[in-house]
Design a protein around this ligand. Structure first.
Ligand SMILES: *Cc1c(COP(=O)(O)O)cnc(C)c1O
Length: 405
């Protein structure tokens, strides 16, 4: 996607819009499968919470991907997009037994992440093939917001509870077909990942009927210049070798599963906004845009730094700006960022806007959520329209007149 294409899309569909590049999603998918080509049975389950537009789900389905879901509603969206139930995994956290039973009845592989539900489910449905989520207590990345494998994490069954877990499985005679871990969102150090994998291999030896091992995700992609990314090729080389050796030892060809979200879609996305106002104060030049954290919350929620380009003036002289949104509270996208000179009316692009951007958008300040466009074969396809006033009123029930006096 060239700047002129992006400007044209903003003209055509109106700002703000999310634009996703189908080619980039494909190349990331192929990169991952290639890195693990030495593994005979590899399965990629796209973690759809990153970007759940049905058109994106269809695109990934065409590439051969499965789905990783975290709610029954995501399962419904996946089925709606045409995924067969057996291509969908359900990896929830803290949901009710009833929801798990409902999803199981749809023919979707369930993954249980606590002993209480495991015991209840196993007692009622001993024949159902179940995957268990283990927490290996390995820190991946330094930020506790995004490291879910550490000791205080609410995710997974602690590896220290393995004896209790094995006892439940023996008592209920339930059918454990897979073991899963997902240690967090930032794997920088491959050795840390491989260390966690060893814990999973060790745990796996306790179960005789396994069909797969699921290593979750946490692949990091670069957000800003000089950011390090997960070396997928290196991880592929090392983990494939170890996985194949484990299968020999276990005596069975298991399937290796990954469930990447960010890795597949983050870099494919750009968020295009228009500059409403340039405001010079005594200390700062603000560029105020026609969007806010209601559309892209990652900078405010996680301190994420999305690269910002001025696609209306890419060759302009660089100046320092604070880029801020229109929400009526602190709403900062970037502080003191060097950006080619910005005029009112310019179109700015936020990079890495494919993952956890639209899917976390809200109607705060009663603003509409933006449109989404898929760029494919040199053409923009509208895959979600801008919201309208009807969307804000949907499901609202005004009081009858007589009750308001
Ligand atoms: C969110 C999530 C993922 C995807 O994580 P990314 O960092 O986006 O790759 C994978 N598995 C589970 C269980 C998740 O909750």
């Amino acid at each position: 996607m060239q700047p002129k294409d992006l400007l044209q899309l903003t003209e055509q569909f109106g700002s703000p819009i999310y634009v996703y590049d189908a080619e980039k999603i494909k190349s990331q998918y192929n990169r991952l499968t290639k890195a693990f080509s030495k593994v005979d049975n590899l399965r990629i389950n796209y973690a759809m919470k990153a970007l759940s537009n049905v058109a994106i789900l269809q695109l990934l389905k065409e590439m051969g991907s499965g789905l990783d879901t975290v709610s029954i509603q995501e399962v419904l969206l996946g089925l709606h997009a045409g995924y067969a139930p057996e291509k969908i995994f359900y990896t929830p956290n803290g949901v009710s037994l009833e929801e798990i039973e409902e999803v199981n009845a749809m023919g979707v592989q369930i993954n249980i992440d606590n002993l209480s539900i495991l015991e209840q489910f196993g007692t009622k449905h001993p024949d159902v093939p179940v995957c268990i989520r283990i927490n290996p207590h390995v820190m991946a990345g330094g930020n506790t917001n995004i490291s879910v494998g550490h000791i205080d994490s609410k995710f997974g069954i602690s590896i220290h509870q393995l004896p209790h877990l094995v006892r439940i499985v023996q008592n209920t005679k339930m059918n454990i077909v897979g073991i899963h871990m997902h240690t967090g969102s930032d794997i920088l150090d491959i050795e840390v990942f491989l260390y966690a994998a060893e814990i999973l291999f060790d745990a796996a030896k306790n179960f005789k009927n396994l069909e797969f091992l699921d290593f979750g995700s946490g692949f990091k992609v670069p957000y800003k210049k000089d950011d390090i990314e997960t070396d997928i090729e290196e991880l592929g080389k090392k983990l494939s070798k170890r996985f194949n050796a484990f299968c020999k030892e276990y005596g069975k060809e298991l399937t290796l599963i990954f469930e990447p979200g960010k890795f597949l879609v983050s870099e494919a996305g750009q968020f295009l906004v228009k500059v409403n106002v340039i405001k010079q104060t005594t200390s700062t030049v603000f560029a105020g845009i026609d969007s806010g954290f209601n559309h892209l919350i990652r900078p405010m929620l996680y301190g994420s730094q999305h690269q910002i380009d001025n696609i209306s003036n890419p060759k302009g002289k660089e100046r320092f700006y604070s880029v801020v949104g229109y929400i009526c509270e602190t709403d900062t996208f970037a502080n003191n960022r060097r950006i080619p000179e910005i005029k009112e009316g310019d179109i700015l692009s936020f990079r890495n806007a494919g993952a956890y951007c639209y899917s976390m958008a809200s109607n705060y300040n009663s603003r509409y959520r933006p449109a989404e466009v898929l760029w494919m074969n040199g053409k923009g396809h509208l895959i979600r329209a801008h919201e309208t006033f009807e969307d804000l009123l949907k499901n609202q029930i005004p009081l009858p007149i007589e009750a308001t006096v």
